[in-house]
Write a protein that binds this ligand. Sequence first.
Ligand code: HSE
Length: 301
Amino acid sequence: MQATITIPATSANLGPGFDCLGLALSLYQTVTFTTREEAGLLITTTGEDAHKIPTDESNLVFEAANRLFARFGQRPSGLHIHQDNQIPIGSGLGSSSSAVLAGLFGANALLGKPLLRAQILQEATNLEGHPDNVAPAVYGGLILGVQAPDGLLVERISVPPLRVVVVLPDFHLPTAEARAALPQQVSLQDAIFNASRLGLLIRALETAAYDKIRAAMQDRLHQPYRLPLVPGLSAAYEAAYAAGAAGVALSGAGPSLIAFAPAGHEVIGEAMTAVFAAHQLPSRTWILAVDTQGSRVDIDN
Ligand code: HSE
């Protein structure tokens, strides 16, 4: 039996939506699970950062899959997991969420689909700690995820076809470090600042009101503490606006930046790249669309 799982990259936060808003992007991790006669686990990897991905039982895809195998008391005796990855690791584009979801969807397929999509999302959210990457990776599009007392509430916000520029500087910024830089308490003023902008941002993206996105993407809860962690990040953020971006945000915990614009994506990308180069940091650029499908599962018996 073979199950092929395709999971999109995601950009979390989008400025004011810290830990609750995320957008699925047209960059993918594809993982194939194949049961085989020969007992034991074989993990192979290709694509982006393939050499950094563990091929033993500490592999994130396998760890997530194994949780479901353990819960249902069934694990294939022979299993080949092949990870073909387009999502750079540690970039702020949801690579770890995509691995966790691939593991959960893959195991669920091999087990005969005991879990519904919403249950997989809840499981992945428990593992990741917040829903802002996993929810859009599951459903596609722009998603607001709220952890309510009775479970996760997920709201999909329809957006017109948007294109974004993502620029990733070659700088190691672990998520744990980017979270450790944040204060534990914020002022009432800052809380109001973010709440008002999050409402505006959702409406502005929904209606492609590009003239409002700049004001709406401002944030006071995480970006002011994180932008200084990477050389050139604040200057690249400003350069994107100077080059015509309608909105710019740190993607997830960084270090990549995401810029929204109706046109001129190449120029905006080049402006950010030039700033990183001036800080001796090579960078890479993607011009991406919004993924609207979310996680895909193809089963071949
Ligand atoms: N919302 C998370 C953060 C995304 O900004 O830390 C990264 O896991």
